[in-house]
Design a protein around this ligand. Structure first.
Ligand SMILES: C[S@@+](CC[C@H](N)C(=O)[O-])C[C@H]1O[C@@H](n2cnc3c(N)ncnc32)[C@H](O)[C@@H]1O
Length: 219
């Protein structure tokens, strides 16, 4: 896949230990989906699922696995670029015997464009996207007009995009970006019961960062 000029992430610590490599070699072929330009056949991947939700940037995947465990009739597709995090999620899938969770290694923008059929998803989760606090990095924030349009294209009408952030200026940025688009209705909401604490959120709470949740519904 071609890589994008401006990326919303910085690849960090891609090295994995021997034990992690062993787990990767064993589990990736079972629970991983190769990044390709072929559209994923979601109904074949999750034959028993009533709905399909994609999570973008799951980090170490603790919330991802908990959500999938709590909601076995939904199929979860989890996308991340951080290889050690994917390795960790593969282990969580094995440990929890989760039949409704699969992972893709790749940039969500490319995965959307190349691997996801239009109007096929019931929801997208974006929890604690990298805040990119410096003005010169604002262009790297994943929530922008291109992102909103590409999520909108992949969601069914009535499907949702849930975003959480603990970075107040990013919360304002998100609210503003959504005033400029025409695909979604919605805005800030109370923290939903189904969203477990993520590792990144926990670190933010320790720094007394208030958390904002947003729910947008595709028109
Ligand atoms: C700040 S971390 C939050 C991780 C996790 N959601 C949490 O709350 O603990 C943001 C994650 O998004 C991932 N990420 C950023 N841009 C991405 C993209 N375009 N596609 C896939 N993952 C991305 C990063 O690698 C990173 O792991």
């Amino acid at each position: 896949m071609e890589s994008r000029a401006v990326r919303s992430y910085k690849l960090r610590g891609r090295r994995i230990t021997e034990g992690q490599q062993e787990a990767w070699d064993r589990l990736w072929p079972v629970f991983g989906i190769e990044n390709s330009d072929q559209k994923i056949k979601l109904a074949e991947l999750f034959p028993d699922s009533k709905r399909i939700i994609m999570e973008i940037g799951f980090g170490m995947g603790e919330a991802t696995a908990q959500i999938a465990l709590a909601d076995p009739t939904t199929g979860y597709l989890a996308v991340e670029v951080h290889r050690p995090g994917i390795g960790k999620l593969l282990l969580r899938i094995e440990e929890g015997e989760l039949k409704n969770l699969r992972t893709i290694e790749g940039d969500a923008f490319e995965v959307f464009e190349q691997m996801i059929v239009d109007s096929s998803l019931d929801g997208v989760h974006l929890f604690f996207p990298d805040p990119w606090p410096k003005a010169r990095h604002f262009k790297r924030r994943i929530v922008n007009q291109e992102f909103i349009a590409s999520v909108a294209a992949k969601l069914k009408p009535g499907a949702f995009l849930h975003i959480a952030t603990d970075w107040q200026p990013y919360a304002q940025w998100i609210a503003e970006e959504f005033t400029k688009q025409r695909f979604f209705t919605g805005g800030e909401v109370q923290r939903p019961d189904w969203r477990p604490l993520t590792r990144f959120e926990d670190q933010g709470i320790n720094k007394e960062h208030p958390v904002a949740d947003f729910r947008f519904v595709k028109k």
